[in-house]
Design a protein. Structure first.
Lengths: 198, 101
């Protein structure tokens, strides 16, 4: 007999595993970012199962809404060649071996240490969002403020790193040669200075 | 429902992220894989928060902190990637050996 949570867990687990593997193996960078959306949404479903509805919505807003869009901007701005054959380096077998070893060791340790521990999904004491807010703004208010300062500093730093230093100089305008211009395009309008009235 | 289901799923997601970090060559795709690993950590934190009920609420708080730090990391990381692209016209990690001994 499976509970509803268990059925939804297995659906989300298949989604997370399949889309996660596609994120690291897809040879199209935009598809990799879109598979990441599927993985992050599956993780948000897990948060809802685990009674963490506020964390689930933060996941949807911050990750699916902001981080993935930022990643897509990064992919577009770095003009990754879409037809490129290979985005992987030549240590794929070694990387797979390393990942399998870490998966084996960590999951063995986790299952061994927490065997027989059951999560009960019965709600006690109202929603978790209320108790979450009480804990954040009492015991964890100092780390909360530190995180907000960190975000501000990181965003200012990102602007400083990524902006052009030579923006006050005129940017060189790249002109297409006449031979590059397609034949059906009309020739550019000549701008003639009107000097003196007749 | 056994908590080990969530723990095994999170270590699966973590090792997928490790594979991506080791095997990818494009810097932005490595950043995507790091996001997978951070999400694996978050699954663990929220699963333990659910296991320990009322005393486990700080697990959710730390999951929120991890999400905030991940957003900051993506901002800085993409700024660095764009700066490297502007200087080298490429974000191939195997080519960035300037600061290697």
């Amino acid at each position: 007999m499976h509970s509803g949570q268990e059925v939804i867990f297995w659906i989300a687990a298949v989604l997370i595993g399949g889309a996660g593997i596609r994120v690291v193996t897809s040879q199209n960078v935009v598809h990799a970012a879109l598979y990441l959306v599927a993985t992050l949404s599956g993780v948000a479903v897990l948060y809802v199962i685990l009674l963490a509805e506020f964390v689930a919505w933060v996941q949807v807003l911050v990750y699916v809404g902001a981080v993935v869009v930022l990643m897509l901007f990064g992919l577009m701005l770095t003009r990754a060649p879409l037809g490129k054959a290979n985005y992987d380096n030549d240590q794929r077998p070694l990387a797979a071996l390393c990942a399998l070893a870490i998966f084996g060791v960590t999951s063995y340790i986790m299952v061994d240490a927490f065997a027989g521990k059951e999560i009960s999904f019965a709600r006690t004491l109202g929603t978790t969002t209320a108790s979450l807010s009480q804990v954040i703004f009492s015991a964890y208010v100092l780390p909360f403020e530190v995180v907000s300062i960190l975000l501000l500093a990181a965003l200012v730093g990102a602007v400083v790193i990524a902006r052009r230093d030579d923006y006050d100089r005129p940017r060189p305008v790249r002109r297409r040669a006449l031979s590059e211009r397609p034949l059906d395009e009309p020739p550019p309008l000549e701008r003639t200075e009107v000097t003196g009235a007749r | 429902m056994p908590v080990s289901y969530f723990l095994v799923l999170s270590s699966l997601l973590f090792s997928i992220g490790i594979y991506g970090v080791l095997a990818r060559e494009n810097a932005v795709l490595v950043l995507l894989s790091i996001e997978l690993m951070l999400n694996a950590v978050n699954i663990n934190l929220v699963a333990f928060a659910a296991l320990f009920k009322q005393s486990g609420i700080p697990g959710q708080v730390f999951a929120l902190f991890v999400i905030a730090v991940a957003a900051a990391e993506v901002g800085i990381g993409l700024a660095i990637v764009i700066l490297i692209f502007r200087n080298r016209q490429d974000v191939d990690l195997d080519e960035m050996s300037l600061m290697k001994w």
